[in-house]
Design a protein around this ligand. Structure first.
Ligand code: BV8
Ligand code: ZN
Length: 295
């Protein structure tokens, strides 16, 4: 049975040396980003997951681009919340030195909204007096399912990828982000008017990892999972693989697992610690960062 005792969790945290966090859609709920389950799981009359496949894009790139354009527009208006900021602060060696001395930390997120990266920039810039400390947070955030604002060429010969936060990403998608209700019609946008590669002009696609596609950074992640002695599982239903398998791997080699979720999620009865509630409240507290974030 998992413990709900925050003090004994912080005792484990203090003595942990190789810490990872696995995050999901629940991390960004407080920032206004819908999850993949429940009400958030639907966009127009479509199941969000059914649109995130190579097959859907092949069959109807206009529809899939309208789906991702909508998510880009939502993410552009969103701000990192206290859970993002807590994880970003904990990524800073100088902050972690006070909470878990001589430890390493990596955030492995399934989210493609870019809010964890923005939180890192935010906490970095808020720490000018430490500028002389080497900035290694880059490797401290692994977006294993890609990024909404990466745009990739579909031509295998070219493969050009660029980070593009242009809004709208192209004229033909302008306004389509307003049509999200189940009954709203799909505009059939001609493929020539969809986002094109800025290098070769071929059709471009969102730089995210679709179902049946191999996630990013798998080798680095598997290494981190093998080394980890503490795994924080934050705001994920733990139903999507390979991400959903990492926590039990950490436990198998004697590591500790702590789950932070609004409600029960797959496998949480096996966890060592379980903190039910909004992670934007529970995580800053658990990481002892409440004062840092709200000062
Ligand atoms: C692959 C990017 C081959 C695109 C995404 C083994 C067994 C069974 C199936 C498989 C398997 N291995 C692979 C599969 C197939 C598939 C899979 O797992 N299917 C599932 C459905 C069974 N996996 C794949 O296809 C993967 N690719 O396998 O390639 C391969 C792999 C390895 C090596 C060689 C070959 C990868 C697929 C990646 C798909 N792309 N995203 C896009 O975003 O559009 S997945 C996408 O859905 C997200 O990234 C995320 O991963 C997933 C959604 O899950 P969550 O983030 O957990 O969100 P969810 O809504 O489910 O839950 C939210 C939770 O938050 C809830 O529990 C809720 O209670 C909680 N919550 C809400 N509010 C709060 C909160 N918690 C705290 N605070 C709050 N305030
Ligand atoms: Zn190209």
């Amino acid at each position: 049975m998992p413990s709900h005792d925050m003090n004994s969790f912080q005792t484990v945290l203090r003595s942990s040396k190789h810490i990872i966090a696995i995050a999901g859609a629940g991390l960004s709920v407080a920032s206004g980003i819908p999850t993949f389950r429940g009400a958030g799981g639907l966009w127009r009359k479509y199941d969000a997951m059914s649109l995130a496949t190579p097959g859907s894009f092949r069959r109807d790139p206009s529809l899939v681009w309208q789906f991702y354009h909508y998510r880009r527009e939502v993410a552009l208006k969103a701000m990192p919340n206290p859970a993002h900021l807590a994880l970003a602060s904990f990524s800073l060696p100088q902050t972690r030195a006070l909470i878990a001395p001589d430890s390493t930390f990596t955030l492995i997120t399934q989210n493609v909204d870019g809010l964890s990266a923005r939180a890192s920039q935010q906490v970095q810039s808020a720490q000018p007096q430490f500028l002389d400390v080497p900035d290694d947070t880059q490797t401290k955030l692994l977006e294993m399912h890609g990024r909404l604002f990466d745009v990739r060429c579909t031509s295998a010969k070219c493969g050009h990828t660029e980070f593009n936060t242009t809004s709208p990403i192209c004229a033909s998608l302008a306004g389509t982000e307003l049509a999200i209700a189940a009954g709203d019609a799909d505009h059939a946008i001609p493929v020539v008017d969809l986002p094109r590669c800025s290098e070769c002009g071929a059709l471009a696609r969102p730089g995210v990892v679709w179902f049946e596609e191999v996630p990013l950074h798998l080798d680095v992640i598997e290494n981190l999972v093998d080394q980890a002695d503490l795994c924080l599982v934050v705001g994920t239903s733990s139903t999507l693989y390979p991400a959903a398998g990492y926590a039990s791997e950490v436990q198998e080699h004697g590591g500790t697992v702590a789950v932070f979720n609004l409600e029960h999620s797959a496998g949480d009865e096996e966890a060592d610690f379980l903190f039910l509630g909004p992670c934007e409240e529970t995580l800053p507290k658990a990481l002892g960062l409440t004062s840092v974030l709200y000062s």
